[in-house]
Design a protein around this ligand. Structure first.
Ligand SMILES: [Zn+2]
Length: 68
């Protein structure tokens, strides 16, 4: 089945995540499709923010969003 390009794109991006196969990715994409615009914006922002803020701590070797 052919899906609209934007839905297909979201599904393809989600399928790159560990443990997420194509079917699961499509299911998640349809879940996001049911989001309100605000919920979708929150998800997008959370993804953006985690890459902006989280880094590897040199002291404990865990992940942190504090300090440098
Ligand atoms: Zn630490």
């Amino acid at each position: 089945m052919q899906y609209p390009e934007s839905l297909d794109r979201l599904s393809r991006e989600l399928s790159r995540l560990p443990g997420i196969g194509k079917k699961t990715a499509l299911r998640l994409a349809f879940g996001i499709l049911r989001y309100t615009p605000e919920e979708a914006a929150n998800l997008a922002e959370a993804i953006r923010q985690v890459k902006e803020r989280i880094h590897h701590c040199d002291v404990c070797h865990g992940f942190t969003d504090l300090g440098t």
